[in-house]
Design a protein around this ligand. Structure first.
Ligand code: ATP
Length: 356
């Protein structure tokens, strides 16, 4: 039997006046999972999370926590904690006292409290910092203190709203690793709201990509990146080239007559001749074809410009239609210069077939 999900949304909807903030969302989150809610501003991420915390009531549907219906439970009755971007540490209290705070309110005995604080200090790798005040801590240490405080009572579900939003880029990257590390050590499920796709891709076990109150796709980062189910998801996560046109069956393949050339794509069920379809190809799946090489999926163009990214370069290539295609190629490989003609090529398998 599979584990009881730590958090379940069952056909949940929430409206604010005429705005449908969350629209018939169902999703299960597993114990210990790092789950990211990803989407543009206003798509309903925060509302969904606030319904898990109990700060909002759904108009329809149910919220279950650890198998129990929590739909009508007030926030303090839910085995859930929410951590805010500011961490909200008590500035005049030490690390240990901050961690102990929630335990005191829960009526822990002196000994049990001391034992629990020292366990949390160890799990959050704060040894030696117990007596420091928040202003004497680095950003990462503050965050670990806040996490330890949030989870000290044994809460198995933590909701985090843009946990790295306040940090600059370099620190964000380091803190992402720390957050993943501590989440696994503490063993709680994390549900993180973010509009930063790189952050979601790096940290999460699974991502839900949201659009206008609905979950458009849920999956592991590689799944969402390699097998997006819609143009929206494909274009929201990373860079992608879209070649759209009329499709026809060609044996085991699909042939798409795109403006920039004919494309051979993997077959898809239920495609009638002449159906409008798009082939989506990631920039790193495209390469420059050597002169004279023949075969399918070749698009001619002229290199427009190049951006150097260290280990790889991103080329924008102007195709016949005027569209700019992106090609990401290892810097060590020979490549044409801006202004030179180039032929782009990709494997049939690199093409994700989507509705146009
Ligand atoms: P952001 O990334 O900007 O925080 P979000 O994806 O978290 O966006 P929500 O905050 O969940 O989006 O908002 C979803 C929709 O519901 C938006 O159109 C928003 O304006 C609306 N909304 C949210 N809260 C309220 C409220 N209390 N009253 C009225 N409308 C609201």
């Amino acid at each position: 039997m599979s584990q009881t999900p730590i958090l379940q949304f069952e056909r949940v909807s929430k409206r604010f006046g005429a705005t449908v903030a969350v629209d018939d969302v169902s999703v299960d989150i597993a114990p210990g999972e790092f789950f990211a809610l990803l989407g543009p501003s206003g798509c309903g991420k925060t509302t969904l999370m606030r319904m898990a915390a109990g700060f909002e009531q759904p108009d329809e549907g149910r919220v279950l926590i650890d198998g129990a219906d929590a739909t009508d439970a007030p926030p303090h009755r839910r085995p859930v904690n929410m951590m805010f971007q500011s961490y909200a540490l008590f500035p005049h209290m030490s690390v240990a006292d901050n961690i102990a705070f929630g335990l005191k309110a829960a009526g822990f005995s002196r000994e049990a409290l001391a034992a629990r604080v020292s366990e949390m200090v160890r799990l959050a790798q704060l040894q030696g910092l117990e007596k420091r005040k928040p202003h004497q801590l680095s950003g990462g240490q503050k965050q670990r203190t806040a996490l330890a405080r949030s989870l000290a009572r044994g809460t198995k579900l933590l909701l985090l709203d843009e946990p790295l939003g306040a940090l600059d880029r370099k620190l964000r990257e380091e803190t992402q690793f720390e957050l993943m590390d501590i989440q696994k050590r503490l063993g709680a499920a994390f549900v993180v709201v973010t509009h930063d796709q790189d952050e979601a891709m790096s940290m999460a076990d699974r991502i839900a990509v949201m659009r206008a109150g609905k979950i458009e796709q849920v999956g592991a980062p590689a799944d969402i990146y390699e097998r997006p189910r819609s143009r929206y998801v494909a274009e929201f996560i990373g860079e992608i080239n879209i070649f759209a046109g009329r499709a026809s069956r060609a044996g085991e393949m699909l042939r798409i007559e795109a403006q920039d050339g004919e494309i051979e794509a993997p077959a898809r069920d239920g495609v009638g001749d002449g159906a409008p379809l798009a082939c989506a190809v990631r920039p790193e799946r495209i390469r420059f074809a050597p002169a004279g090489e023949e075969g399918a999926n070749r698009l001619a163009g002229v290199v427009h410009d190049v951006a150097y990214r260290g280990d790889h370069r991103v080329f924008r290539v102007r195709l016949k239609s005027g569209a700019l295609a992106r090609v990401a190629a290892p810097s060590a490989l020979p490549a044409p210069q801006p202004g030179e003609a180039a032929t782009l090529v990709f494997d049939t398998a690199a093409c994700v077939v989507l509705d146009a």
